[in-house]
Unconditional design. Sequence first.
Length: 135
Amino acid sequence: MKSDIKIPTVENVFLAAIQEWSDDFMEKVWYAYLVNDSDFDLESVLVVSNAFGTIDGEMKKTSLLRHAFPKVPAVSVVKIELLENSILRLNNEFMVTYFIGNTLYDKKFIFKAQTITPDYVEEVPILFVDGVIVR
């Protein structure tokens, strides 16, 4: 029975944290992006995010945030949310669920604590800017 269940592998879809100037905060801030570097449109995309970890010996956890995107076209990106400076010290988890055709895909992406920094940047495909990527 378990052998009948096929779990599809997520390929060419990943998250990137990119630092951008914000006129609201008058400083550079980090934003999370969903990158679709595949040849397929992602339909009914749902992203659930939260942050968790230990700061000064005390366990911290943020509220869940939910984002829905009806469609993320092939070879495109969509901005998910602002990553506030105080949560960069925590693990930032994003559960991404979407359809390609009639097949449901889902994957958990985690930016580990203290990794969203300029020390870990690489070039983000499609955008061609520096960012921290989790696959």
